[in-house]
Write a protein that binds this ligand. Structure first.
Ligand SMILES: [Zn+2]
Length: 302
């Protein structure tokens, strides 16, 4: 995913060869170069800091490509050992003009997300609080937002935005998964399917809010309901961190369908990844920042 797994630096070592030479030599003797430090004479002599396969800079000589994206390092296809840095780079959707971007919004191909609702909306009609149980507000207008998705050097357009909920995304998920979303603070609009990060691939803390998905392995309430935190554990491969969990208030969790008997359910959540003891967690999620994916859509993710 574009913002997620960029190779921050390449290892530059003249005349090193992936098949012939010792990886230890590369790691000991190479110089770290960023995309801005790269010079054309390094071509064919830069390598991945993780898997040691040849890298190339794209574009090779200029700092931005024709879509206005910053130059990046990518793996050569010649050798393909597993590498966590080798991920498909999702292409951001670009528009030729503000009118075309607005049309894409009208056509529901593009959604500019100003934010996800922190709190459950208060019913307008206090005499009839049941109204929201029938159909809670999951989406409302935001302000005009400056969105850098112009084709020409990432020019910004002023576009209507939405304040939405993850639960809203999960409804009609089969359609939403192919729409382009511009998330707060991002430089591009990416299809939802490419924005969703499997927590099993997470290696550590991440300060940039992202949309994550995970399968519940257990869930329990840490105190008296509804205000206490419910801790929901996910399937996660034990590595440097031993587990991965979501912490949200019990009342809100239960309202979203997460209780003591939720094993196997798929949760989608928006947030940052922090350390929690010897594990990782997503905490302080608001009412609109997580949801259980309806079972009929699970096969779209797994
Ligand atoms: Zn690699």
């Amino acid at each position: 995913m574009e913002d997620n797994n960029q190779i921050k630096f390449a290892l530059y070592l003249d005349n090193w060869d992936f098949e012939r030479d010792d990886k230890k030599t590369l790691k000991n003797d190479a110089v770290e170069v960023t995309t801005t430090e790269y010079t054309p004479d390094m071509k064919d002599h830069i390598f991945c800091p993780e898997c040691s396969v040849n890298l190339f800079r794209s574009p090779e000589e200029t700092d931005y490509d024709s879509n206005g994206r910053k130059a990046f390092f990518a793996h050569s296809r010649k050798y393909q050992p597993y590498c966590s840095l080798r991920v498909k780079r999702a292409k951001g959707k670009r528009y030729d003009s503000e009118e075309l971007a607005k049309k894409a919004i009208d056509d529901e191909e593009l959604i500019v997300v100003k934010g996800f609702m922190k709190d459950k909306p208060i019913p307008l009609n206090n005499d009839n609080p049941r109204e929201y149980q029938a159909g809670p507000v999951e989406d409302k207008d935001g302000d005009l937002a400056d969105v850098p998705i112009g084709r020409h050097n990432g020019e910004s357009f002023s576009l209507p935005s939405r304040i939405t909920t993850v639960r809203g995304l999960c409804r009609n998920f089969n359609k939403n998964i192919y729409k382009y979303f511009h998330l707060p603070g991002r430089k591009n609009a990416i299809q939802l399917k490419d924005l969703l990060v499997d927590v099993r691939s997470v290696k550590g803390v991440d300060d940039e809010p992202k949309l994550y998905y995970a399968k519940v392995s257990s869930s329990w309430n840490c105190g008296s309901t509804p205000q206490n935190i419910r801790q929901t554990m996910f399937d996660f491969p034990r590595g440097e961190y031993v587990d991965f969990c979501l912490k949200a208030r019990d009342g809100v969790s239960v309202e979203h369908g997460i209780d003591d008997h939720s094993n196997g359910k798929i949760v989608i959540m928006f947030g940052i990844v922090t350390e929690s003891g010897i594990g990782l967690s997503i905490e302080n999620v608001g009412w609109g920042e997580f949801a259980v994916l309806p079972a009929k859509y699970v096969e779209l993710l797994y």
